[in-house]
Design a protein around this ligand. Sequence first.
Ligand code: NAP
Ligand code: GDD
Length: 380
Amino acid sequence: MAKKALITGVTGQDGAYLSEFLLNKGYEVHGIKRRSSLFNTDRVDHLFDGHHDKSRHNFHLHFGDMTDSMNLTRLISDIRPDEIYNLAAQSHVHVSFETPEYTANADALGTLRILEAVKFLGLESKTRIYQASTSELYGKVQEIPQNEKTPFYPRSPYAVAKMYAYWITVNYREAYNIFACNGILFNHESPIRGETFVTRKITRAVSKIALNLQDCVYLGNLNAKRDWGHAKDYVKMMWLILQYKEPKDWVIATGQTTMVRDFVKLAFLYCGIELEFKGQGVDEIGVISSIDYQKALNLNIDLSHLKIGQVVVKIDPRYFRPTEVDLLLGDPSKAQNELGWKREFSLPDLVDDMMQSDLKLMKRDQFLQNNGYKIMRYYE
Ligand code: NAP
Ligand code: GDD
């Protein structure tokens, strides 16, 4: 019998990669998606064969919501999963300052609803639970690097909600013997990262600037440092955490940290554009200092519209957060030693993967624009 996995947040970045990973392992995968007025399954469409082809029906989507306990309990009762990956969340830190109550409901109480459903249905000894915890828990960091024993100091409604989710997971493990684990994952990105997270915002904007579809990108705090890995490497760890001999909490990170400003430089450099930063605070600007036309031509990009000295990065204080997390740097030693954590993607590999994919997407936009279609995106 194939193992059954239930993934909340299946339509998100990690949900999509994890579904693909588990299907390749022979799992029957069930995903919970929210009802939306537009299709929201772009990231998993390639895995879905429709309801009617019975020969290939290992991937199932169900409507649901983390704020609806009856719905979650019914789904868990019907599916009786061997593993639950609780990935659904209002996952944007900045947005959580604007929607704190909803964030707490979905991210904190949503986790409780899953745990309580498993207990209520008597599935404590059958169903293993992975909780998507986060390096945001460390917030105003109490030590560098951060490991499983580093005290938490959350700095946003998102992080505070995730702190409740972390501890309720530990509590249900200790109180009811549920195999429930926290993966404390540091930032992980990919070509299918949400467009408003900083890495994807940068790779999309740099692609557009290189293709003459945009002049400048507006960013917030360029000094923030993040420990960035590739989501493909990280979903494998979610699975390994649930296969381990006992339930534990794990830090998954690369052990390297990079400034937002340096990520911007790497993304431009991919297209042959070198940047230097001038000025300070809200007046800081990113200026083109050299252009490698040949490198760009090798990528089929014509950079003749760009000039040395041109300003392509500016600061917009709208993107500053009321409280910021300045530095994240994880220590993944425990996962390396006990789970065999090894990653395939370095930071330059990640930038290459994202840039390659976004250039392809933006070339499509460029083609449409050249043929009279207007491409508009209001929110970044
Ligand atoms: P994501 O791309 O934002 O995906 C979040 C998923 O949750 C989406 O499928 C979203 O549905 C769904 N969702 C949001 N609110 C929901 C609700 N009320 N009911 C049901 N589903 C809901 O996030 P991700 O990057 O894949 O991250 C996955 C999880 O890991 C999240 O819990 C995040 O907080 C956590 N995490 C992420 C990182 C990272 O760097 N990526 C690091 C540490 C922890 P829609 O598609 O309909 O919006
Ligand atoms: N989003 C965004 N947009 N962030 C910006 C911008 C901008 O224009 N300019 C600078 N930043 C800075 C943010 O202030 C933050 O310090 C850093 O870039 C990273 O921001 P995000 O990419 O939005 O990610 P995050 O670190 O806040 O949160 C992500 O990682 C967490 C794990 O540490 C999310 O995926 C969370 O769900 C996850 O838990």
